[in-house]
Design a protein around this ligand. Structure first.
Ligand SMILES: CC(C)(COP(=O)(O)OP(=O)(O)OC[C@H]1O[C@@H](n2cnc3c(N)ncnc32)[C@H](O)[C@@H]1OP(=O)(O)O)[C@@H](O)C(=O)NCCC(=O)NCCS
Length: 173
């Protein structure tokens, strides 16, 4: 059963509460955020941008939904590239209180279905910092394969950090 749904600007307040509750938990794994990111207005503006990009078919912004219907996190297909690449990058997080229940694993499975089904993409990439074992487990469980270590690939928590690059190919493309 799907654990994800398309986000809307109406989710701004719930997302603002969630990112505030998880500010310390998420900080080591994400880029630095402005103070506005932690407000409902900031989340509304960011959702508007994401939905504009969705309409241009450049990304798919999804909420991860807990069993009781609450939002428990986010997963996005980012940087959708057509032409010769036919690829996208997947990024996600799950609220600390909802960790360990398989939500991220199920959300990545949903994102793979959308990417390879509806969007007909050929390849998905995801990357994690070297020490993010839970995220690596989520990817391996979803049959992503590690294929490289990219030095200083992303600025995470304010520092350019090495990343393990994972990919999964669409067997029917
Ligand atoms: C990584 C994250 C998405 C996992 O979410 P989740 O809903 O708890 O994930 P799941 O329950 O689907 O799976 C977690 C896996 O990590 C494993 N795990 C959890 N803590 C672990 C630890 N300290 N060491 C090793 N494995 C660990 C679990 O056993 C499980 O693997 P398994 O299914 O093989 O048993 C969540 O912790 C998170 O949002 N972290 C911060 C942001 C982040 O890292 N995002 C990803 C950036 S690449």
């Amino acid at each position: 059963m799907a654990v994800t749904r398309l986000l809307s600007v109406d989710d701004a307040e719930e997302l603002a509460s969630l990112v505030c509750e998880n500010r310390d938990f998420l900080a080591p794994w994400q880029p630095l955020h402005s103070e506005a990111y932690f407000t409902a207005d900031g989340q509304r503006a960011s959702l508007q941008q994401a939905l504009d990009a969705y309409r241009r078919e450049a990304m798919v912004p999804l909420g991860i939904v807990a069993e009781d219907g609450r939002l428990a996190g986010r997963i996005s297909l980012n940087s959708i590239i057509r032409g010769a690449a036919q690829s996208a990058a997947v990024g996600y997080w799950v609220s600390q209180a909802d960790n360990g229940r398989g939500l991220a694993s199920a959300a990545v499975a949903d994102a793979v279905d959308i990417a390879f089904g509806q969007l007909g993409l050929h390849r998905l990439q995801a990357e994690t910092v070297l020490l993010n074992t839970p995220s690596q487990r989520v990817l391996i469980r979803n049959r992503f394969q590690p294929f490289a270590i990219a030095p200083c690939y992303l600025k995470i928590a304010g520092r350019w950090q090495d990343q393990i690059l994972f990919q999964r190919l669409n067997p029917s493309e």
